[in-house]
Design a protein around this ligand. Sequence first.
Ligand code: 5GP
Length: 205
Amino acid sequence: MIEENKKGMLVVISGFSGVGKGTVVQHVFESLPTLQFSISCTTRKMRQGEENGVNYFFLSEEEFEGKIKRGEFVEYTKTFGNYYGTLKSEIDRPLKKGVDVLLELNVVGARNIKSMYPDAVTIFIQPPSIDVLKARLIGRGTDSQESIARRLKEIEVESKDIKNYDYIVTNKVAATCADEIVGIINSEHRRVCRQNLKNLFKSEE
Ligand code: 5GP
């Protein structure tokens, strides 16, 4: 019997600010409890309800730059004046153990991960419409007017990168969108290139 390769898979999720990535991703983890979240480092301020070591590792600029110098990041970027970066340890350890890793990254991070790990599956979450997105951004009340304007500008820039993703899903209802993502992950595991074809003629006895 052909066995699935035991190496874990990288799943990169991106989406515009305010698209509801967090809720969608939460639903994905409920359906796939063995999936591991790659906790990024950031220098941005902690938002209400966030926890250090759960949502992000919240670092000072000095701490972040120290990690850059020591080569601890597989990728990092500076957006909205804050650093964001993925630690090598957050992805290499689980991958070796055969555990799938979900990364929530901006378009720059997704592009960098895909060039380093071509097997990574990249998924872009789009809003049902730009008006719904604007309403969500204003409605969540966590960003200043200036920050909302900056995020809307960023959306324009980021939309040019959508064509580079493997999949695009729409977040109309978070649970439905999450089901689509779970379906993609399960299908990707069935791809022939991810199977261990050497075992085809191996007897099971
Ligand atoms: P937020 O401040 O809303 O949590 O995140 C801002 C943006 O940074 C989002 O698009 C998020 O996906 C992205 N992001 C979070 N962590 C990382 C990371 O480690 N690397 C990159 N490139 N982007 C990240």
